[in-house]
Design a protein around this ligand. Structure first.
Ligand code: C2E
Ligand code: MG
Ligand code: MG
Length: 457
């Protein structure tokens, strides 16, 4: 009996070994094939690896030497297009070749390093390191090569550095981190490199989390409509409200829009969210109309991303029709940044919407950069003065002068004015003294769930 069992064991072990051998052979041939492909994956100009083989070769090195620390450095030239345009394509190509040679030099000097040319003016380098200073030295060496390149345009390289530390992540992950760090300083003449740090990691995790949960959150109705009343500071009456989104996450609780809107603006989902919020507002207004309750205009925020979305005028008109709510009860708040792309087209859309009865309000006035020009040319119904504009008026005499004259100018232009973020009696008194009576701020009301607002009305 014992003998038989032993025999079975031997057979099993040898079978296992053959299986392992087969797998190893399979992996070996896959690797060989990949290595042959590596040579096909090169940039035609610089002959450096493209990203595909960069990731493959890098991961192979890490797999073979997991005990080492690795880093990826990325390099991008700000406004490289301008170099091509002003100095010619040949000069642009020569600059790229100079960078490639400098990278190859580093690649040869340092063990376990690979240089890559991702596209146009974007390069990457993977290398082992012990001290972070070594990575800074590499960056300075590469930067010197770019700085010494004889060319008539200003060439501003930006570097991002992501160091693995104790972990051994995939090269593609390190490259993404390095790119993220690089983008924080791209085009800034006072900084040439940035390390990927914990703050960026937290931001990245948050963005990933938001991206992953946004679709479900919309479906599960985790976005709530809050309303902040607008008041007449003379009579104390509520004259309107602003619809503000709140994300009520079952685990985290209330997440403020400042945290998730930038992510949604990046991936375009803000359009879905806005449409959802607008519909809530139209629905609420139509209910109030049907019940014969008091109705005040509830303004909605229109993200600047809508500037690139053809459908948004149509959506607004459809909602007004579907819910039988006159457009004048749903004013639109837009920031100047909505006009930065194709200004003329955006104006035409605004005029169209005004023709349909929508009021247009310029949000966050005083924080942008083309505000004055806008005032001359644009048919805004209302200007919403930003909180930042009035924050220091009690302590800063110059601030009071700027506010007083701005309000005077807007009055002369015949535009309605409302001031945001009024928090103190002092601010209220000063604004009233300037002849401005409409305000929105914590001094009067904080944003509240819409049911509460309806009761308040
Ligand atoms: P906003 O349109 O300028 O909205 C006013 C913001 O100021 C709100 O912040 C409001 O809570 C806050 N606020 C009002 N009074 C005071 C005050 O006295 N003191 C202080 N410290 N803050 C005050 P919130 O709700 O966090 O919204 C931030 C921004 O997010 C909004 O700025 C708006 O640009 C955007 N946003 C909010 N909801 C939506 C939405 O549904 N769609 C889009 N596209 N953007 C939205
Ligand atoms: Mg607003
Ligand atoms: Mg605002």
């Amino acid at each position: 009996m014992e003998k038989q069992e032993q025999k079975v064991d031997v057979v099993d072990v040898s079978r296992q070994r053959t299986e392992e051998g087969r797998q190893e052979l399979y992996l070996y041939s896959l690797r060989k094939m990949a290595e042959q492909n590596v040579d096909k994956n090169r940039n035609p100009l610089t002959q450096l690896h493209n990203l595909r083989s960069f990731f493959y070769l890098g991961d192979e090195i890490i797999r073979q030497h997991p005990e080492q620390q690795y880093a990826v450095i990325t390099l991008d030239i700000a406004q490289f297009k301008a170099v091509n345009e002003f100095c010619g394509r040949d000069a642009g190509d020569a600059l790229l070749l100079t960078i490639a040679h400098a990278l190859q030099r580093v690649e040869q000097e340092r063990p376990m390093s690979i240089a890559a040319h991702a596209r146009a003016d974007v390069f990457a380098l993977m290398t082992v390191y012990r001290e972070e200073q070594e990575l800074v030295d590499i960056v300075l060496q590469l930067k010197a090569a770019v700085d010494e390149f004889p060319i008539d345009c200003k060439v501003l390289p930006a570097f991002g550095i992501a160091a693995s530390g104790e972990e051994t992540p995939a090269v593609s992950y390190l490259k993404d981190c390095a790119t993220m760090a690089m983008n924080t300083i791209k085009g800034k003449f006072y900084a040439s490199y940035a390390f990927f740090d914990q703050k960026m990691r937290r931001q990245q995790m948050l963005e990933k989390k938001i991206e992953n949960s946004i679709v479900a959150a919309l479906k599960n109705e985790e976005f709530a409509l809050y309303i902040q009343p607008k008041v007449d500071m003379v009579t104390g009456q509520i004259i309107g409200g602003e619809a503000l989104v709140r994300w009520i996450d079952p685990q985290q609780g209330v997440i403020p829009p400042g945290e998730f809107l930038p992510v949604l603006e990046k991936n375009g989902f803000v359009i879905n969210l806005d449409c959802y919020m607008w519909e809530q507002v139209f629905r609420m207004q139509s209910r109030l109309l049907a019940e014969g309750g008091r109705l005040v205009p509830i303004s909605i925020n229109v993200s600047r991303v809508h500037a690139y979305d053809k459908g948004f005028c149509h959506t607004l008109c459809r909602l007004s029709e579907q819910y039988q709510v006159p457009a004048s009860y749903v004013p639109l708040e837009l920031t100047e940044s909505a006009f930065l792309g194709d200004e003329q087209r955006m104006y035409n859309r605004m005029k169209f919407l005004q023709g349909k009865g929508f009021q247009i309000s310029m949000d966050d006035f005083g924080t942008g950069y083309s505000t004055m020009n806008m005032l001359k040319n644009q048919p805004m119904d209302e200007i919403k003065v930003d909180q930042a504009f009035i924050r220091d008026l009690e302590s800063n005499g110059k601030s009071r002068i700027v506010i007083r004259y701005t309000i005077g100018m807007l009055q002369e232009l015949g535009t309605d004015i409302i001031v945001e973020g009024v928090e103190t009696e002092g601010q209220k008194d000063f604004l009233l003294g300037c002849g401005c009576r409409r305000a929105q701020g914590y001094l009067f009301y904080r944003p509240m769930p819409w049911q509460e607002f309806v009761e308040l009305l």
